[in-house]
Design a protein around this ligand. Sequence first.
Ligand code: FE2
Ligand code: FE2
Length: 273
Amino acid sequence: MQPNASYDDREYSRILDRHEHVRWQLNRDLPWDGFRPERVTDLDRRIVYTAAVSEFTTLAASHNFLREFADDPDFSAWVSIWFYEETKHHYALRRWLALCGIPIPDDEVMPRARPYPVGTSHAGTCTMNIISELRAANWYADMAHTTSEPLLAAIMQNLAADEARHAVAFAAFGKRYVAREAAAGVRAVLAMAYFWLADPTQVKHPADYFYPDVAIDFRIDGISQAQSALARADAKIFGYLSEMTGLSLASARDLKRSLRALLPQREALEAPA
Ligand SMILES: [Fe+2]
Ligand SMILES: [Fe+2]
C-alpha cells in the first residue's frame, strides 16, 4: 500500500473542502413546487429517462472503484463524495420523472448494479471517468438552457456543475497515477482515450458499454443539438489529458500519434536482456 504523506495533504481533503462550499441540497435548492408539466417535451422525458438510468450505474462503478483502488485510501475516500453525489443525481431525475407520471421499473435499473471488470491502470480508469464526466457536464449544461421546464432546468444546472467538479477530481488523481505508473500510465491514458474518443459520430458511455444487454434504444449522439455540447466536452477532455500527460493532445489523431511514438519505448522495455 502506498502511504500518503499526511492526512492534510490528501486529495480527498481538498476535494471535500471545495465541494462542501458549493454543495446543493435536494429539498432546499431545487424548486419542486415550481414544476410546470405543460412545458415538458417528449424529448425532455426521453433524455431524462436515459440520464436517470445511466446515473444508476454509479452503484456498480463505486463497487469497482473500491476494489480497484483498494491500494489508495485517498482515492477510496473520494469515492464517498462521488457516490453520494451521483446517487443524488439518479434520485433527482427519478423524482422529476415521477412528477411526469413516468416510473423507472426495477428491471430497467437493477441489471446495471451488476459489477463489470475492474481497470488495469488507475491512470486509465481516471481517464475513462474524465471523459464521461465532461460529456455529461456539457450535455446537462446545454439541457439546462434548452428546456423550458424550470424545475428540470434547475436540476440540470446543478448536475452539470457536479459533473464538471467530478472531472476536476478525477484529473487530479489521474495526474498522480500517471506520475506513479510512468510510461505505462501515459500509454493507458492514451489507449483509454482513443477507445472512447476515436469515433466522433458515436458517443460511448460506460453506462451503455458495460451493459449492452439492457441498452436503452435512445442515443444522445442521435440528437442534432447535442453535437455542439459534445464538441465542447471533447475540447475540454483533450485539455485535461494534455495536462495529465504533458503531451500536446487535441484530437484522436494526436492520441494515435502519441501512442505510436511510445511503441518503440515499450518494445525496448519488454525485450529480453
Ligand atoms: Fe451524475
Ligand atoms: Fe459525475
